[in-house]
Ligand binder design. Structure first.
Ligand code: UTP
Length: 228
């Protein structure tokens, strides 16, 4: 069975430098699991810094996104290096669209991609990859440990969801989208809609909790949120 992992740039590169222990740990988790994987890596702060610099130099939004996509692909290459370091066979070329991902997904235990086209985020890419390779489970790994009813960084009384339906997630994502700029919902709205249309069971866990990541991959319970 294929499981898709959406690994946020915030988990790969939390403090301006790639977290090698995290990358090595992910490679071991993947190696140990009986599943096959599709992986989408985010760009995190590196993507944002480069997109901002490009905009300040007069680049268009399209160009700023293209630069940010390069950061997501850099993280994909780092993960590929970690997987090889763990003795796993992977594809050589950087995969840039979902059709291209289908064959290596069958030939290898893991297929890794970064972003694809300007205007979307790697949340959406991850769901599209899941649809393309027929994965019915997706694990979102980031610096946010679960879905909350309000932003837990701003509201200490925020309530964590252990489980929620696709409709509940979509409602929450839409409400959050209406709030002021800078509010950043855990999963973007298009991605929320796509998991609902294809009934992809989606787990939200923290990159800091390896046991939670392993449980989510196997479809078991954990300290994050399960949407189904
Ligand atoms: P991310 O998906 O990493 O953005 O893509 P994010 O949600 O801000 O990151 P995390 O979850 O906190 O790590 C980084 C940026 O790359 C561009 C967008 O500008 C996005 O904000 N991007 C990414 C695209 O334009 N297309 C893609 O397919 C992916």
């Amino acid at each position: 069975m294929h499981v898709v992992l959406s690994i946020g740039g915030s988990a790969i590169n939390p403090k301006g430098e790639p977290d090698l222990d995290f990358l090595r740990a992910m490679a071991q988790i993947i190696k140990k699991s009986k599943n096959n994987f599709g992986i989408l890596t985010g760009g995190g702060s590196m993507a944002r810094v480069y997109a901002k610099a490009a905009r300040e130099l007069g680049a268009s939004e399209y160009e700023a996104d293209s630069i940010a996509i390069t950061s997501t692909r850099q993280n994909a290459q780092l993960l590929i290096a970690a997987l090889r370091g763990a003795g796993l066979k992977t594809h050589n070329r950087i995969i840039t669209d979902f059709e291209e991902a289908k064959e290596p997904a069958v030939e290898n235990k893991v297929v890794v991609m970064g972003g694809t086209i300007p205007g979307i985020t790697t949340d959406t890419d991850a769901v599209l990859l899941a649809e393309a390779i027929g994965a019915k489970r997706l694990v979102n790994i980031s610096n946010v440990d679960a879905i909350y009813d309000t932003d837990p960084r701003k509201n200490p009384k925020a309530r964590k969801y252990a489980k929620m339906s696709y409709d509940e997630l979509n409602k929450l994502a839409a409400e959050s989208d209406k709030r002021t700029a800078g509010t950043h919902f855990v999963f973007d709205m298009l991605a929320c809609k796509l998991i609902a249309r294809s009934k992809i069971e989606t787990h939200f866990v923290s990159g800091k909790n390896k046991k939670d990541i392993e449980n989510a991959i196997e479809g078991k319970g954990h300290n994050g949120t399960i949407v189904k």
